[in-house]
Design a protein around this ligand. Structure first.
Ligand code: FE2
Ligand code: FE2
Length: 482
């Protein structure tokens, strides 16, 4: 310590400021990676749930401590060898080297939203609220690498008739289709050229709605099953099946920070989801590191004034569907989201209404002990939401996150897990002998499956049918709302 003090005493004021500030900046920047990991929306869940992510983060932070120690060692050794010679060059090289990790890291994280794979084709997206005729407003949304002004023609006949144009150049293109009439086929065309798309609105029969839901396709993973995903999309597109909307419950991509994964997902979905009203829910993989920006750009257009971008209250024929942003758990359940959800329930629903809740993360569930965490009955989620669901008369809950099919019943509320859209099935853990546990209230549970859930609400009854990608029924049951 004495020798380090002597070394700094020998330096000029300018040299002192240079070395002390460089070493301090390198140290603080490196340590701030820990702060980033526990606060960033795309990281904090990963940090909390996955052992090896915590280990890597702590190792990086340890390196922050190692560089000042090495600097001290260099000073002591060089003082011992030659007290008059200052190891300025070695220290400068060391300091520059210690800045490489934090600057490289933040450079990479900051650059993620700017690294895109290409234009994203149109999606027909369900929006917050309800139009004048009791069915939801929609948006046609697409993304271009170049800033352009686009326009859309749309209307209830093939000659369309309504024209919307963007006034300023933009990469995010969204066009609001509002106050749609029920049970009508609409047409739209983008920029007066190419494909004419069509979609049919749902009939306006009180408490009637038939939709498909599934979750976790994990585009871009090494082990996802694209054949299963495509077969499910074929079922969605087949008019015989009569699906009026599709709710995709998250983990659309494997790595949210990789736009190539989003590209594959958007390209694969668009031929179907440009025709069937679509509402994706953000999952933990979608939001990973900087992935939230991609998701918002592609699936949450800023077209409804003052409406939240990450969570939704969609109304169809008096049926309330709440789509929440719950990725790993309650980390993303912000004060704003909590206030919004409780206010919407309080002011805009009645416990006797059909009320459905959708989120990526589960509440009650069966699962395995993976990456150092228990992936069954999510205590924090149950403590936060179960009493709210009971108090407000929620009827059915839909989630993914675990790659299984499951139905659980607790306090008269049916919890459905539908992680069968192509991500590697959790049966892998069973085969590996990983410890697992059955969730509270489990009625039906399958780990070795791909598929989707058909939900057909007709008046006071909802008919729920779990199906394989080939449309075979594997489990069905009925819920009565009264
Ligand atoms: Fe997943
Ligand atoms: Fe997930």
């Amino acid at each position: 310590m004495k020798k380090i003090k002597e070394f700094f005493a020998d330096l000029s004021k300018k040299q002192k400021i240079t070395y002390i500030s460089l070493i301090s900046i390198a140290f603080l920047l490196t340590e701030s990676i820990l702060l980033w990991a526990i606060t960033d929306r795309g990281m904090k869940g990963l940090f909390e749930w996955v052992n090896y992510i915590r280990t890597i983060t702590f190792l990086i932070c340890l390196i922050g401590f190692i560089f000042p120690v090495i600097a001290g060692i260099i000073i002591v050794i060089s003082k011992n060898m030659n007290p008059s010679k200052k190891p300025l060059k070695s220290l400068l090289i060391l300091t520059i080297f210690s800045l490489i990790i934090p600057i490289g890291f933040y450079g990479y994280v900051g650059s993620i939203p700017y690294i895109r794979s290409g234009d994203k084709p149109p999606q027909l997206l369900l929006l917050n609220g309800s139009g004048a005729n009791g069915i939801p407003n929609l948006a046609v949304s697409f993304w271009t690498e170049d800033r352009t002004t686009s326009g859309i023609n749309w209307g209830p006949t093939s000659s369309m008739g309504t024209r919307s144009d963007e006034l300023t150049k933009t990469k995010i293109h969204s066009f609001l289709l509002e106050d749609l009439s029920p049970n009508i086929t609409y047409f739209y065309q983008i920029n007066d050229a190419g494909q004419i798309y069509n979609f049919t609105t749902m009939p306006d029969i009180e408490n009637t709605f038939k939709f498909m839901t599934s979750s976790d396709p994990h585009f871009g993973a090494e082990n996802n099953n694209l054949t299963a995903t495509n077969k499910i999309l074929d079922q969605l597109a087949d008019p015989i099946n009569g699906y009026q909307s599709f709710f995709m419950l998250g983990d659309m991509v494997e790595m949210g920070n990789n736009d190539a994964h989003y590209q594959e997902a958007c390209d694969t979905f668009s031929p179907v989801t440009s025709h069937i009203p679509f509402r994706p829910v953000i999952g933990n993989h979608d939001a990973m590191i900087g992935g939230h920006q991609f998701w918002v750009d592609y699936f949450s257009p800023d077209v409804v004034e003052d409406a939240p971008r990450d969570y939704f209250h969609i109304e169809v024929n008096g049926i309330h569907i709440f789509v929440l942003d719950l990725e790993w758990g309650t980390e993303t359940y912000t004060k704003a989201q909590k206030t919004w959800f409780e206010n919407e329930l309080e002011e805009n629903t009645n416990p006797d209404d059909w009320i459905l809740v959708m989120s990526h993360c589960f509440y009650y569930v069966s699962g395995y002990h993976v990456d150092g965490s228990d992936w069954w009955d999510h205590q924090e989620m149950i403590e936060t939401f179960a009493s709210v669901f009971i108090k407000n008369g929620i009827d059915m809950v839909f989630s993914g996150h675990n790659h299984i099919f499951e139905v659980l019943e607790n306090d008269g509320i049916y919890y459905n897990i539908i992680g069968g859209l192509g991500g590697h099935p959790d049966t892998y853990y069973a085969k590996e002998g990983v410890v697992g546990q059955l969730g509270t209230g489990s009625i039906y549970y399958s780990t070795d499956i791909f598929g989707f859930l058909e939900v057909d609400i007709q008046g006071d009854d909802a008919f729920l049918t779990f199906r394989t990608p080939e449309n075979q029924i594997v489990y069905n049951y009925t819920v009565n709302r009264l």
